[in-house]
Ligand binder design. Structure first.
Ligand code: NAG
Ligand code: NAG
Ligand code: NAG
Ligand code: NAG
Ligand code: NAG
Ligand code: NAG
Ligand code: NAG
Ligand code: NAG
Ligand code: NAG
Ligand code: NAG
Ligand code: NAG
Length: 518
């Protein structure tokens, strides 16, 4: 599969394992956010996507463990493809930014002068502090170049596997073009960002308006200037204390207050902010394969589900969330945390607000695009929200097909035992036998068995007494051995664990490949 990088002058060819990204001239910045670490990145080689090219994998297995581990992995010492490790689909790795977009389109910065400035304003959360409400504004400032339809189709085709955009139904073509346009943007550094806040009367037109018992803030209208300019990559991410102006104090209400946030100077930067009281329950939910059908573990399907097809909820999960939102205490807050790169996340937000309770959002900021940062992004975002709400209790929701989640969620329960109320993990392979990826349950060892559950279908989550920490539905068999799980192969826990990690990876990877071949 040719990368869009081939379009960028061939400097960055897919297939090479370590390719240097051209170094932008460093510019000092006053922003809280850091410069991206421009390090030689290890790129996932599409040739080794398990489901695509069976023959190559087979050859590798035949030529031995060393070669296999080398070719499948080398990703910061991990031995599986990075999209498996980080939960970020391969097609969302290494998206182009700024200069790369300009050069791939053959245009210059000046050509963008006349284009309007646009802003991705990611729905913020706020905590209550001595200075009042403290809102975490985060997002990105960019311009969208004019790209001809023909060129957009070429670019979209680079992402699609075995499908030409022209062969998709019209609505899918349109979505694929929209998403491709949202990726080929030019981020704007050194921008001064200001926001206007006002009470949010209601949220979304359908779904569960507002989420739980969130209420319209009774005041708080004001303008806010962010204290820093955007980073070179156009990002902003900063906590700013706002004025009271009639807002309820965090120590005087149990309800989450909603405010509308409008970015000054554009109609594209609207979001809802959630002012979250110090105590209560916060649901942190991944999106792919838990709230919507993605099939991240099946690259071709994952691609179509992300680029072209309308987002579809996973089974009756919206009902479960609506139930939680209606029945749990007023202090309940929903937060959606996806590690999909921010450029691609407008669709995620639209989908969530039409389908699930309203809540704040986190996505992968641009400075986390080098590979080692890719592997740490979830931990970074989770730690940030835990530290922002040290007295809240968290319910963590996701599926077993992301190995970063399988590490981070139980680790949080060990590190913040008083804060993790429940961990709910969809056992993806229980309902989808196209998921062959193994997962590791080792981190769950030593946790209270009432705190977590591997479930099969949304209904398994019904009627649990979450407020009192009864997170296990006793009627769902939990057969967890603490170790690598590759149940479709009959590989479970201790058996393969004893052989050392390189060997496990080899055995599992080889077995997975054989299964796919088989
Ligand atoms: C990205 O920026 C944030 C601040 O917004 C910073 O805390 C973080 O360390 C940066 N990450 C990397 C990988 O540079
Ligand atoms: C594509 O973008 C246009 C303009 O923003 C929007 O009106 C349309 O609904 C989008 N279509 C899809 C399928 O996302
Ligand atoms: C919950 O919030 C609603 C407003 O949405 C309020 O009427 C009700 O009294 C609150 N319940 C409690 C127990 O605070
Ligand atoms: C942004 O612009 C405002 C109004 O011109 C100014 O007061 C503020 O200092 C600027 N902010 C930054 C970070 O430069
Ligand atoms: C809430 O906090 C403010 C100061 O942060 C304090 O003045 C006020 O008395 C507190 N209210 C309650 C009900 O504790
Ligand atoms: C918003 O931008 C307009 C110009 O686009 C400017 O006149 C106004 O002062 C700005 N408001 C704030 C709060 O920065
Ligand atoms: C953002 O809000 C403004 C003011 O209400 C509105 O005119 C505009 O259409 C909104 N933009 C979008 C994309 O909904
Ligand atoms: C509010 O959030 C900030 C940023 O994470 C954190 O440093 C601060 O300790 C939090 N304040 C309180 C009172 O929890
Ligand atoms: C997940 O489901 C599979 C297939 O039903 C089963 O073999 C396995 O034990 C389950 N894993 C866990 C951790 O419950
Ligand atoms: C447990 O799971 C079963 C099967 O999905 C479901 O019918 C039941 O409502 C769930 N909850 C409880 C508390 O048993
Ligand atoms: C649990 O797993 C073990 C080992 O894989 C298996 O022998 C046993 O039958 C399983 N028990 C249940 C209840 O599924």
């Amino acid at each position: 599969m040719p990368g869009y990088r081939a379009l960028l002058g061939g400097a960055l060819l897919a297939g090479a394992h370590a390719v240097a990204v051209p170094e932008p001239t460093p510019v000092p910045t006053r922003v809280e956010a850091r410069e991206p670490l421009v390090t030689p990145a290890v790129r996932f080689n599409g040739r080794y996507s398990y489901l695509n090219n069976r023959r190559d994998i087979f050859d590798d297995i035949a030529s031995g463990a060393e070669n296999l581990v080398k070719s499948l992995g080398s990703v910061v010492g991990q031995d599986l493809p990075s999209y498996f490790i980080s939960g970020i689909p391969q097609y969302f790795q290494d998206l182009p930014t700024g200069g790369q977009v300009l050069s791939s389109l053959g245009i210059s910065d000046g050509d963008l002068d006349a284009k309007p400035t646009e802003v991705l304003n990611i729905p913020p959360y706020a905590n209550w502090t001595d200075q009042g409400w403290n809102v975490r504004f985060h997002g990105n400032v960019y311009k969208q170049p004019d790209i001809s339809l023909e060129k957009i189709d070429d670019l979209a085709n680079i992402f699609l596997i075995d499908v030409d955009i022209k062969d998709l139904p019209p609505n899918e073509q349109e979505q694929a073009r929209n998403l491709t346009r949202s990726i080929f943007i030019v981020q704007q550094g050194d921008k001064n960002v200001s926001m206007h806040l006002e009470p949010a009367p209601m949220q979304g037109s359908s779904g569960e308006p507002g989420g739980g018992n969130t209420i319209e803030a009774p005041g708080g209208a004001q303008d806010v200037n962010l204290p820093y300019l955007t980073t070179d990559l156009g990002d902003f991410d900063v906590f700013v204390p706002i004025q009271g102006n009639g807002l309820l104090a965090g120590n005087e209400t149990n309800n989450v207050q909603r405010m509308n946030v409008y970015t000054n100077g554009t109609l594209t930067g609207n979001a809802t902010a959630f002012l979250v009281p110090p105590t209560g329950l916060t649901f942190i939910s991944d999106v792919d394969d838990i709230l919507r059908v993605t099939k991240i573990y099946d690259p071709k399907e994952g691609l179509l589900n992300s680029f072209a097809r309308a987002f579809t909820p996973w089974m009756n999960m919206p009902e479960i969330y609506a139930d939680w939102s209606r029945t749990l205490p007023n202090d309940t807050h929903f937060h959606y945390l996806t590690t999909t790169p921010e450029q691609a996340t407008r669709l995620y937000m639209d989908f969530i607000y039409k389908t699930y309770p309203g809540g704040s959002f986190d996505t992968r900021p641009l400075n986390f695009s080098d590979i080692s940062a890719t592997l740490s992004i979830r931990k970074y975002l989770l730690t940030k929200i835990f530290e922002t709400f040290p007295q809240r209790k968290f319910v963590l929701v996701a599926d077993t097909s992301n190995s970063d989640i399988m590490t981070e969620y139980p680790q949080l329960a060990h590190d913040y035992p008083a804060q993790v109320q429940c961990i709910f993990l969809r056992n993806t392979s229980a309902t989808d036998d196209s998921n062959k990826f193994p997962y590791n349950t080792k981190g769950f060892e030593g946790l209270d068995k009432q705190k977590y559950m591997f479930f099969r279908v949304p209904d398994d989550l019904r009627g649990l007494d979450i407020t009192n920490g009864r997170c296990l539905n006793e009627s769902i068999p939990q057969n967890v051995t603490f170790g690598m799980q590759a149940e479709s192969l009959g590989l479970k826990g201790e058996g393969i664990q004893a052989r050392g990690s390189a060997m496990i990876s080899f055995v599992v990877a080889a077995a997975v490949a054989l299964l796919v071949l088989g």
